[in-house]
Design a protein around this ligand. Structure first.
Ligand code: SUG
Length: 420
């Protein structure tokens, strides 16, 4: 089997809820205090994985984290019963579902030692996400444990915020060929924090063995962050030789495009003009938070979009006009991930891309219809149907979420993840 792109989706955990924890993420703020539907959320995530498999794409998954995170609470000198509500919510969040923030990945074809390098993201900017990396690292070390093929790195040290693949794009002529990696960092975002620090991006590139020949640092526009683009993957997406990008994504777009063209003469940049799709439309519809994928057997490229993109007339008209032309993106495939979207996570947020030989991965992390059938049955049986804000601190909600998590690790023979 050759190296191929594998999408690892975060299984949506049983504690999925809307706590309004992410400053600068408009959906998270707008839906704060709403009731969530964890069972429906997880089933939507599973349906998206099935959709990818049916397209002929390689699919894997990552486990949700044990929540509440008792170890984190203990390190703060408190417990779930005693903590203040904002700490309870931060300990209980299912935010690890957004696997695009799990790590940054440099495929073997790009690195000096010929291994695929992964650096777990420290996620230090948001308290509820700052305690994800330990469990994520364990999981990456297990899934990519073949040390002849993979190098898994710990987090970049604070205070340099690193949010992983959500601020990283790779351009290449085909997935298994050497590529150019683009690290997008922020400096300020008006009223909102810039979550990806320049020093973190540089550190990841150095650790992965990239050189100035095959990497670029590009600054995100302050305007985009201020409008709610808390990650670059809300305003740009790349796949192989194609970059689909909003006109206002980068601080200096023309200089950025020139730098990209210089390193990637074969690149096709599809810029979405603000006059057709405003930043506000881009952010509410998450048109760029699509999985831009290469369909097998010469089928061209498809955008796997949230259904919200179809609901927005400006966005949908622009997309339809684009696919009617003779550009590289041939198909629009909307998927329903509304429960995740209401917390600011679209189809692309829910997955981490790894270019590797699927046979080199621990098979417990690889998906197929049979395992997804079993997963679906387990979620239907054990995931809470609904979580209202007041439920977060209730012992019965906590017990149900913990049992559901245990049953999942049992089913996938991954209980080792919670052992010390
Ligand atoms: O980090 N939302 C996530 C969404 C992450 C989306 N990922 C990418 N763009 N790649 C975040 O802001 C909201 C949780 C809450 O408010 O309950 C949250 O964490």
């Amino acid at each position: 089997m050759t190296e191929t792109e594998i999408n690892f989706d975060g299984i949506i955990g049983p504690s999925h809820n809307y706590a309004g924890l992410s400053l600068g993420n408009i959906a998270s703020a707008t839906n704060a205090g709403e009731s969530s539907f964890p069972r429906a959320a997880a089933l939507q995530g599973i349906a998206k994985m099935r959709h990818n498999i049916d397209l002929g794409l390689a699919q894997g998954f990552f486990m949700p984290q044990p929540r509440p995170d008792h170890g984190w609470l203990q390190s703060l000198g408190t417990t779930m019963a005693e903590a203040q509500p904002h700490i309870q919510a931060a300990a209980f969040s299912a935010s690890s579902m957004w696997a695009a923030n799990a790590a940054t990945v440099s495929p073997a074809a790009d690195t000096q030692d010929g291994k695929c390098h992964l650096t777990v993201a420290n996620l230090v900017t948001m308290p509820h996400r700052s305690h994800e990396w330990g469990f994520t690292l364990k999981q990456l070390q297990m899934a990519f444990g073949d040390t002849d093929k993979f190098a898994v790195h710990g987090p970049v040290p604070p205070p340099f915020g690193d949010e992983g693949a959500a601020n990283h794009m790779r351009l290449c002529e085909q997935h298994d060929a050497p590529g150019v990696e683009i690290f997008v960092y922020g400096t300020s975002g008006g009223p909102f924090p810039a979550r990806q620090h320049l020093e973190a991006s540089k550190a990841v590139a150095r650790r992965h063995g990239l050189s100035s020949d095959n990497m670029l640092l590009i600054q995100q526009s302050e305007q985009a962050i201020a409008a709610g683009a808390f990650h670059n993957d809300v305003v740009a997406v790349a796949n192989e030789h194609v970059l689909l990008v909003h006109e206002q994504a980068f601080a200096e777009p023309l200089a950025a495009y020139n730098a990209i063209r210089e390193k990637c003469p074969w690149v096709e940049i599809v810029e979405v003009p603000a006059s057709s799709v405003s930043l506000a439309d881009a952010i509410s519809s998450y048109l760029f938070n699509a999985q831009l994928v290469t369909l097998p057997d010469g089928g061209g490229m498809a955008l796997i979009l949230p259904t919200e993109a179809q609901d927005n007339a400006n966005v949908w008209n622009w997309l339809q006009a684009m696919t009617a032309g003779n550009g590289p993106i041939r198909k629009l495939l909307p998927v329903n991930v509304r429960q995740s979207m209401a917390n600011g996570g679209g189809p692309a947020c829910l997955r981490l891309r790894v270019v590797a030989d699927p046979a080199s991965i621990d098979q417990r992390f690889m998906a197929n219809h049979d395992i997804l059938d079993r997963l679906e049955a387990l979620v239907t049986r054990y995931w809470p149907e609904q979580i209202a804000p007041a439920d977060i601190s209730k012992p019965e909600t906590i017990a149900q979420c913990e049992m559901a998590h245990e049953k999942l690790l049992d089913l996938l023979e991954l209980t080792g993840l919670t052992e010390n």
